[in-house]
Every structure is written in C-alpha cells, then in structure tokens.
Design a protein around this ligand. Structure first.
Ligand code: KG4
Ligand code: ZN
Length: 340
C-alpha cells in the first residue's frame, strides 16, 4: 500500500505545502511574503497574517498538483519549530484541522531536521544520488549556522553552532549597511561576481572547537565603512562590488575553516550543504574546490530546496510515519528548540 504525506511548513516567512507519495515529491507549493521587503527584515506579526491568507490556497494547490484524493492521505506532517511562534501557530493549527477532518495521524517535524534531510527529496522520474550515512551537514540559514553529524534518518548530533548571529543574518546586515535591500544574501552574491574578494580584509573570529561567531565580522564592516565614508562620501558606491566580494569571502572562509576541522576530527568526508545561504554561488564554488583536494563527496541541494520548503518537511514526516511516530492534537508549536 502507498504512503501519502501532506506536509505544511510555516516557520518563518514562506508558506509551503507538499505532497509526498512513497518518498517521491508530487508537489511542493510555496508562497513568499513581499510585505517584509520595506522593513529590512521579517516582521513577525505581518508574517503570521500573511500565512493565514496563504495557507488554504497553498495547501489546496499542493493537493491539486499532486493529483491525490484526500482519502489517500495517510498523515499530516507539520513544522513544529523552531521559528516564529505566530507563524508556526498558523501551520500547526491548519495541520491539526486537516488531521481531524481526515482522521489521520499528525507528525511533528523539527524544521532543522527538514533541512538536514533535504538531500533525500526525490522527484518523479529523477534518479538522483543521496548521501550515505554518516555525513556532515553544514546548515546555513537566516536563523541557524550549524555543523551537524547525521548518522541516520532519525539520528543526528549538532557538533558546532553559532554562539551569536547566523551567517544569513551577517549577509542581511551587510546588505543593510550597504543599503541594498532585503533579503541581502542573494543581492550580495550577485554583486560580488564582479568584485575582487581580496580587496578588503575583515576581522575573523577566534572561537574554540567547531562553533561559529558572526557578530564581530559584521561590526568590523560597520567600523570600516564608517571610517572610509569619512574620507570618501562615495566610498560604498565606488567600491560596492569589491565590498560585497570581500565580505562574502570572509564569511565563506569562516564557514569553511570549521567544516574542514569537523571533517578532520570526525573522519567523515561526505559533506552536505543546506539552508538559504547554501544557495550562495561563491560558497558552493569554494566548498567544491576545497572538496576536490580533500576527496570529499559533496551534496548541494537544488536551489529551490535550499530555502524553507514543505518537501523537506514531508521527507522527515515520511520516515517518522514509517517508524510509527506521531503526536497528539494537544501539541503546541515551539519557537526555540534544537531537537525533538
Ligand atoms: O533557510 P532560509 O530560507 O530561512 C531561514 O530559515 O532563515 O534562509 C534565508 C537566508 C537569508 O538570510 C538570505 O539572505 C540567505 O538565506 N540567502 C543567501 C542567498 N540566498 C538566500 N545568502 C547568501 N547568498 C545567497 N545566494
Ligand atoms: Zn530554514
């Protein structure tokens, strides 16, 4: 008998729904939220309101595109956390409502677990290779920067984590300082292509073990711009591409240093990237180049699966469902959680 999972993701500012049948993604619908663009960051209250508007059409469209009958759905998977509480509440409540009406079990999914298993998203007719366990996952997004050792579909351990800002935040704050708009990562990525990554140097943190820190490098850029603008009011305009390329290189170097260390310490050479920042072209090129010399087996998600999406939530939901794991209708979303 087939297993059909309907998954819902609403942890931040993307509303997404996906249908997975026997491990294959039949649909993955996303609705972004332009409403935050003018604010330079996600406004939680606006995000939850937009989720409320988007969730019904997004879920309906996912079911329509997948061409499955409601009675064929075996389970509803939903992102329980971490994320913005108001946003998570919308997805959680909707998932509960559907589970009640279809009389099927609810499966709660840790958003980060979703990113970790995003390499197992299979599309119909596409026979892509999946990573073998154990592998190291560099999880880089607007909310998280972690190195995770993944031992199995259900078992993983965070071995390094940021002690302050996430790397995506550093990209976004840099873009804000350069007055480039939000979200800044993709804009910096694009502008950096025509810049010299060696033109400017920014302070790199010295942090023990496999942990990261990104608040210092952001402050280093802030002071550097302040001093440079005193001498040349057009400094940013005249050096925009080089500033983006140099800042991006600094962030990439910081990420890579600890990834190399993690691979050496664990002896694991299968490495995956995930999360919004893993869309960054310079990061991908640099990790690929480094990996060639170190005989790493690398897995980069398709760009559409780097950012938040319900397909990855469906994959985790599928394996949890197969293991008989489900959660009661009294479950509540959780804004801060590393694993559950
Ligand atoms: O995973 P994600 O969609 O949401 C979170 O869970 O945070 O990640 C969003 C982050 C933002 O900080 C955005 O600027 C960054 O990913 N991002 C990028 C790129 N595309 C998205 N950063 C650098 N280069 C990119 N191409
Ligand atoms: Zn995410």
């Amino acid at each position: 008998m087939s297993v059909v999972i309907l998954a819902i993701e609403s942890s931040c500012d993307d509303t997404s729904a996906a249908v997975l049948k026997d491990g294959v993604v039949l649909s993955n619908i996303m609705a972004g939220q332009d409403v935050h663009r003018n604010f330079g960051g996600v406004i939680p209250e606006l995000a939850s309101r937009a989720h409320q508007q988007n969730i019904l059409p997004v879920v309906s469209e996912a079911i329509r595109i997948a061409d499955v009958k409601l009675r064929d759905i075996n389970s509803i998977a939903f992102t329980r956390g971490p994320g913005l509480l108001g946003s998570l509440l919308v997805g959680t409540s909707f998932a509960k409502g559907v589970a009640i009406s279809l009389k099927v079990p609810l499966v709660d999914v840790n958003h980060l677990h979703g990113h970790l298993l995003s390499h197992f998203i299979s599309e119909p007719g596409v026979n892509n290779e999946h990573p073998c366990f154990p592998y190291l996952a560099l999880l880089v997004s607007g909310g998280h920067t972690q190195i995770v050792r993944v031992d199995d579909f259900m078992s993983y351990e965070i071995i390094g984590s940021t002690i302050d800002d996430a790397v995506g935040e550093a990209f976004d704050k840099c873009a804000k300082l350069l007055d480039l708009g939000y979200p800044g990562g993709p804009i910096i990525d694009k502008l950096a292509k025509n810049g010299n990554p060696l033109k400017f140097k920014f302070a790199k943190p010295v942090i023990k073990g496999l942990d990261y820190s990104f608040s210092g490098v952001k402050t280093s850029l802030l002071y550097f711009l302040r001093d440079s603008l005193k001498e040349d009011p057009n400094f940013i305009k005249n050096n925009l591409h080089d500033l983006c390329a140099s800042f991006q290189k600094t962030l990439t170097d910081i990420l890579l240093d600890k990834l190399i260390k993690a691979s050496k310490e664990t002896g694991i050479k299968t490495i995956t990237l995930g999360g919004g920042v893993s869309a960054n072209s310079y990061l991908r090129e640099t990790v690929a180049e480094e990996g060639r010399g170190r005989e790493w087996k690398l897995f980069f998600p398709e760009i559409k699966y780097t950012t938040d999406n319900a397909a990855m939530i469906a994959v985790v939901g599928y394996y949890k469902y197969l293991s008989g794991m489900s959660i009661g209708l009294d479950s509540t979303p959780v804004s801060r959680v590393e694993s559950f």
